[in-house]
Design a protein around this ligand. Sequence first.
Ligand code: TPP
Ligand code: MG
Length: 275
Amino acid sequence: MTATQPEVAGPLHARAKQIRRKVLAMASGRGQGYVGQGLAIADVLAVLYFHEMRLRPDDPQWPDRDRFVLSTGHYSIALFAALAEAGVIAESELASYGDDGSRLEMSSMSTTPGVEVTGGSLGHGLGIAAGIALGGALSGRDYRVFNLLSDGELQEGSTWEAAMFAGDRRIARLTALVDVNRTQADGDLVLEVEPVTSKFESFGWWATDADGNDPDALVAALDAARAVGDRPTVVVCHTRLGFGVPLVMERERAHFVRVADDEWAVARRQLEELA
Ligand SMILES: Cc1ncc(C[n+]2csc(CCOP(=O)(O)OP(=O)(O)O)c2C)c(N)n1
Ligand SMILES: [Mg+2]
């Protein structure tokens, strides 16, 4: 924890639950959304925003802030929830998620405070993040760059071009978090991606696996990554779509979830029962 992090920081499990509450509230307002991803990635975002990254919530463009690059634009529901939880955007704005003219589009835009890149076209985030990290090093700034990408994006050639580049240039300020949920749109992975860690290691990265729905495991993994110092690092986060809400977890097709009006109350109750 550094002085520049939000004073409101508290136990990470509680932060993750708050992010999940916001995700359900945002999606229930529309009746649908990327609820499964939002619930699944809440622990990763809680650990990033309330343990790992240096931020000034009241100054989102602070030049020395750590950068969070969201490759998977469709996960932006969770990013907005985390930004509201961190105090970067107002909680009241969350209700506009997905509306015409809203700053909170279903796929995030870099014009929104706290959002570094425009997402949606998969496979670009790692390359952009590597460039931002190299740029920081060349300009003498000491910020770090965190890129969240998906197992679907591991099937894009551009991801591996970026991995090769970052490994070759030993871009130590870059940390990737790969969400391996073993889902790719409405089905299983088309191509097997494992073993992910040894693939990155062969490109010159430090790599580890972690339970992406266990904040303590994620803290341990990111603490270890921070100590590496001489090459890019990757934490392979194994998550479950809809984590915390069985009604969503049990859906056979949970990539884009439509929930009936009367089911939202069930979802909210199930989340409150989560330890
Ligand atoms: C370049 C590109 N191709 C296709 C799509 C359409 N698309 C949106 S989400 C998605 C699924 C990709 O898998 P993953 O990122 O693992 O998402 P998950 O199903 O786990 O949420 C696809 C193919 C896209 N957004 N960008
Ligand atoms: Mg996936």
